[in-house]
Design a protein around this ligand. Structure first.
Ligand SMILES: *Cc1c(COP(=O)(O)O)cnc(C)c1O
Length: 370
């Protein structure tokens, strides 16, 4: 199934965000270019402070990507070879890949069919004496069941690292995601709800010592200019990216509102239609619709009609991580996670983005319904 070449309605139209901000963005870039400020410095420190404050966390540590944010979070918690970390197969591959990169073993559990997030009822069985942490993924823009995950983690003395890459601004019981686990990892990949103009990410925590350690790990484990005091990496957030993100952050809530508005238009037109299931917002949550993902019995036909109409679509995700070649070493097989596997066969992502108009939603729903 391939995408048609001439696209009338894209999955995401970033220029609608960037055009009105162009002067401010250019000024922010120029300020740093004029000052020859490219690594860490003022805009990085301010972004860390402002994004942490936006979420309601104490400390932010910017890094090179969301993948690195997950990795650095685990390294700061001393997770490595011999340890196990529980997460889901129904996620972007980076969640599982970051665990493997620490040397720890990913242990996967299936998701709930309604919210597409970790099924907390399955976590307990997956815990072993080697388990160190649980990584719930707030997929498509809605929180996993954080009460259930935190209850198990607290009782079994496990860390929770939230994968918030798709959920900037989403809430659980009125509190923003990214403030429940000991550390949370966000991505600022350009297509995320808050996106840079390249790769970028951030870790949030309320723990000062952990924040300091993560800030050290991202610069070669340096304790001072001259000495590395522990193993580290080079994973800084670019100062130019931080400067762009600071211009965009004040607009995030409005953009999320506009995503919710478009989702509402979709819901009202698609809900209850035969063979289609619209996204279900679980209780205690506000959804920020990073993606609007429907389940369709006749996906191939819908894709054909979207192609015909010049409407972009996506499959997030076409394969659950445990059936990907790159993760064959984990030893899972088809059939191990039936919910994830069946979702992958039915999901389809349709255009949703800030500034999307009602008439665009009408065009998409017309093509979906045929
Ligand atoms: C995007 C994403 C990541 C990785 O973020 P990058 O910035 O692309 O490295 C991790 N987890 C999830 C769920 C994501 O969607």
């Amino acid at each position: 199934m391939t995408q048609k070449k001439t696209i009338k309605i894209p999955l995401l139209d970033l220029s609608r965000q960037h055009k009105p901000l162009m002067n401010e963005i250019m000024d922010a870039l120029k300020r740093n270019i004029d000052a020859n400020s490219f690594i860490l410095g003022h805009d990085v420190a301010k972004l860390e402070e402002e994004f942490a404050q936006y979420c309601g966390a104490k400390y932010g540590v910017g890094c090179a990507s969301g993948t690195d944010a997950l990795y650095i979070a685990m390294k700061a918690l001393d997770i490595g070879p011999g340890d196990e970390v529980i997460t889901v197969p129904y996620t972007f591959m980076a969640t599982v890949g970051a665990i493997e990169r620490t040397g720890a073993k990913p242990i996967l559990v299936d998701v709930e069919p309604e919210t597409f997030t970790i099924d907390a009822k399955l976590i307990e069985k997956a815990i072993s004496p080697r388990t160190k942490a649980i990584i719930p993924v707030h997929l498509y823009g809605q929180a996993a069941d954080l009460d259930a995950v935190m209850e198990i983690a607290n009782r079994r003395k496990l860390f929770v690292i939230e994968d918030c890459a798709q959920a900037h601004g989403a809430t659980w019981k009125g509190k923003k995601v990214g403030t429940f686990g000991i550390i949370s990892a966000f991505s600022f990949f350009p297509s995320k709800n808050l996106g840079a103009m390249g790769d970028a990410g951030i870790c949030l925590t309320d723990d000062k010592a952990l924040a300091e350690r993560m800030a050290r790990i991202r610069i070669h484990g340096r304790g001072s200019k001259t000495e590395s005091i522990e193993k580290g990496d080079n994973s800084r957030i670019d100062t130019l990216q931080a400067a762009v993100l600071r211009v965009k952050l004040p607009h995030l809530d409005k953009w999320n509102d506009e995503r919710r508005r478009a989702a509402g238009w979709y819901d009202s037109r698609l809900k209850g239609k035969t063979g289609i299931r619209v996204p279900i917002v679980g209780k205690n949550r506000t959804h920020v619709y990073h993606l609007y993902v429907i389940l369709a019995d006749n996906r191939a036909e819908i894709i054909e009609r979207l192609n015909e109409a010049g409407i972009a679509w996506g499959l997030h995700y076409e394969l659950p991580v445990h059936t990907m070649k790159g993760f064959a070493n984990l030893g899972y097989k088809e059939g191990d996670f039936p919910i994830s596997e069946s979702l992958c066969k039915k999901i389809i992502s349709v255009p949703i983005f800030p500034g999307m108009t009602e008439s665009e939603v009408n065009e998409v729903t017309k093509a979906i319904l045929g």
